[in-house]
Design a protein around this ligand. Structure first.
Ligand code: NDP
Length: 329
């Protein structure tokens, strides 16, 4: 095991007055620690790339904010999000991945080796970089929303819908995600309220039709959530404000926020091509970006599926792509 602990990194430390700016050179740097980053680390370490992974602002990623995960293959009894992320991390460490706490704050992908600064002052030079920084679900910003996160408030129907089987729930948003989440929940729950702030849905026509055709979805146009109400057992309702200002309360036990995600791609944008909403563009069928030696996986490049298992799968793809790239003559 000791063999795996000896990472083949070359380290330099330059002293400038009181500030120590150190730099390291690695074969493979992974930025981000959700299922995509950890899976990339498992595959990259097993391929002897001796990966260095920086965990980022939220070690373990979005899954650490959910409770039970019942849809990841291999866990017949289910598992909590944080426990699963801990398992993935340990599995990567078992094969020698060097996993550290730190946030990538700046990159320079102009020439090889690629440069990534951690916490503003530590420089990592890498022959290959795997971006797995994920996306952050947007929330409404209500105090009550924060209070009930994980006990009635969720940003993922596929992850948490099952807990509200046969109950009444609400979804906020008028885009494709909200319509998709509402349709999914309609198959599990008794009734689904779709709360839309405008007087129309922004979602594609096909998605709108699906919503309108589903008998147990009621669309509440021009309604805005004001406060989520509940007690120690969780959510039991939401107060909505109508266009003319009057309030109405609906009784629900699950409150799903589907008002969009923000891909965590800002620091890469000067070099890496993204779509108009900030998702990193990868070459279809692989994880390659427009920059040689830079690969992307997980939610930072996927706005359609956003599942732990799809992120993990794409992390595997990125590590294999990096390994093949690094072994090219
Ligand atoms: P969108 O940005 O398309 O829609 C967000 C929705 O949330 C809008 O209706 C918006 O309202 C509403 N909203 C935003 N902020 C608030 C707020 N504070 N209070 C109340 N409502 C709010 O995000 P999506 O996640 O739906 O979609 C993102 C992208 O992914 C789109 O391009 C979409 O087409 C795509 N996608 C495709 C899917 C598919 O093809 N199967 C599935 C899911 C997504 P308003 O309209 O008033 O701005």
């Amino acid at each position: 095991m000791e063999f795996f602990k000896q990472m083949s990194v070359s380290t330099k430390t330059e002293s400038t007055g009181n500030i120590q700016n150190s730099s390291e050179h690695v074969k493979c740097l992974i930025i981000g620690s959700g299922p995509a980053g950890y899976t990339a680390a498992i595959y990259a370490s097993r391929a002897n790339l001796k990966p260095l992974l920086y965990e980022g602002l939220e070690p373990g990623g979005q899954l650490t904010t959910t409770t039970e995960v019942d849809n990841f293959p291999g866990y017949p009894e289910g598992i909590t999000g944080p426990a699963m992320m801990e398992d993935l991390k340990k599995q990567a460490e078992r094969f020698g991945a060097d996993i550290r706490f730190g946030i990538a704050t700046k990159v320079d992908f102009n020439k090889l080796p690629h440069k990534v600064w951690i916490d503003d002052d530590k420089l990592i030079e890498a022959d290959a970089v795997i971006i797995a920084t994920g996306a952050t679900a947007k929330y409404l910003g209500l105090e009550s929303e924060e209070k009930f996160k994980g006990s009635g408030v969720s940003a993922c129907a596929t992850c948490d819908g099952f807990f509200y089987k046969g109950q009444d729930v609400a979804v906020v948003g008028g885009g494709d995600t909200a319509c998709e989440e509402a349709s999914y929940l309609a198959g599990i729950c008794k009734k689904v309220y779709l709360i839309v702030r405008k007087d129309f849905l922004r979602a594609s026509k096909a998605m709108q039709e699906r919503v309108y055709k589903t008998k147990n979805i009621e669309v509440l146009f021009q309604h805005t959530p004001k406060e989520i109400i509940g007690d120690t057992s969780g959510v039991n309702g939401v107060i909505l404000t109508k266009a003319k200002g009057e309030n109405v309360t609906i009784l629900i036990t699950g409150f799903f926020v589907a008002i969009g995600h923000q891909p965590n791609s800002d620091i890469f944008k000067p070099f890496i091509e993204t779509d108009e909403t900030g998702y990193i563009k990868t070459i279809p069928g692989c994880s390659k970006t427009n920059i040689e030696g830079v690969f992307a996986c997980g939610d930072v490049q996927d706005k359609h599926y956003r599942q732990a298992i799809t992120a993990a799968g794409s992390g595997c793809i990125a590590a294999i792509d990096a390994e093949r790239y690094l072994s090219e003559p």
